[in-house]
Design a protein around this ligand. Structure first.
Ligand code: SF4
Length: 342
């Protein structure tokens, strides 16, 4: 089966050149074009036509199509819906911060994790994305925005650690100084808590930031909203997170979406603070987005404020995630779900 052009590392392109008797410096030229967001061979103007034809014979080019683009009238957040070469649909969201553009990418077309509050889970699972398809979201969206992407969060559709090898491959590609050259500290991976993969990732001692979706202070509540809690109870999850911070010396961000009457009481804040006390961490509170068909309601702002205050009183550093692109339904999976239903 043909591979997507952006899956290739510079080394693999050099090998391809050797195998095809193409001069080796062409590998650098091709890699340079690909890293600048050119995903068709026509744009590779300094590569001879016969080499371009050979590339097209062996790899998939030009098949990363923008299906839709939505721009928020509130804050300019831009959501791209991409169609992949095999028809799968993914979403990529670009947000503007003081530090520049940040992109939220999808790691899979759909998701198997089944979180009750998530639109992606409801639309079913297509497949995992390759490392090149992860990279393409960064390169193509930056190109479409006319500006370099400064940071990446892997927090869109899918569970990144359910696609572990491609995620680590992507980190290698996007941080490659000969390629896009982004610093690892500008990348954040968000997992719903796949314990063995958290351990594996810790062993890499990467500078990439880790976020863990907790969304509950105990297993009783977590089990109601996140099926992954069955396989990995909170005690095991927090032990793996502790191991991660001990090995890497890096802080973990715990994501906590607040749902009215489910997990947003002051009692829940106290229980959560008790579990996280002394850990190298920070809690990112999210006033959850509602989507049609969801059984969950957004927590009132009074409850959100009280939750945060109680956490801070108990010594846990907490922030409230800034909402962006609410008018274009920027929460993960909502557009894909809408399209697959229509
Ligand atoms: S919240 Fe994330 S892990 Fe859970 S179903 Fe949605 S995409 Fe998957």
């Amino acid at each position: 089966m043909k591979r997507f052009c952006l899956d290739l590392t510079l080394e693999e392109l050099k090998e391809w050149c050797r195998a095809k008797s193409v001069q080796s410096f062409r590998a650098g030229q091709i890699y340079g074009w690909l890293s600048s967001g050119v995903t068709d061979t026509e744009g590779m103007t300094n590569v001879p036509k016969n080499v371009r034809a050979m590339l097209e014979e062996d790899f998939i080019f030009g098949e990363f199509k923008v299906l839709e683009k939505y721009v928020s009238a509130i804050d300019g957040t831009t959501k791209f819906v991409f169609r992949l070469h095999d028809g799968n649909i993914i979403e990529t969201v670009v947000m503007r911060y003081k530090t520049g553009l940040s992109v939220c990418i999808s790691s899979q077309a759909g998701c198997k994790m089944g979180c009750e509050f998530c639109a992606s889970a409801k639309a079913g699972f297509g497949r995992s994305l390759t490392s090149g398809e992860l990279l393409a979201q960064v390169l193509v969206s930056g190109k479409l925005m006319g500006e370099r992407i400064r940071s990446i969060v892997v927090m869109g559709i899918g569970e990144p650690f359910d696609n572990y090898d491609n995620i680590t491959g992507f980190i290698g590609l996007v941080t490659d100084p000969d390629g896009f050259g982004l610093g690892a500290r500008h990348i954040t991976i968000s997992t719903c808590g796949l314990v063995p993969k958290i351990r594996e990732f810790a062993a890499l001692k990467s500078q990439v930031n880790l976020a863990v979706s907790l969304h509950a202070p105990n297993d009783e509540i977590r089990l109601k909203i996140m099926p992954v809690a069955k396989a990995y109870p909170m005690e095991e999850l927090l032990a793996a997170c502790h191991e991660y911070t001990s090995i890497t010396g890096r802080r973990i961000t715990y994501e906590y979406s607040l749902f009215a009457g489910v997990n947003d009481s002051v009692r829940c804040a106290e229980e959560l603070a008790g579990k996280l006390k002394g850990e190298l961490c920070h809690v990112n509170l999210i006033a959850a987005n509602e989507f049609p068909g969801s059984a969950f309601r957004r927590s009132p702002s009074k409850s959100v404020a009280a939750f945060r205050k109680r956490l801070e009183e108990l010594g846990i550093n907490a922030t409230l995630r800034r909402e962006m692109g609410t008018d274009i339904m920027a929460a993960c999976g909502q557009l894909r779900r809408g399209m697959e239903q229509s």
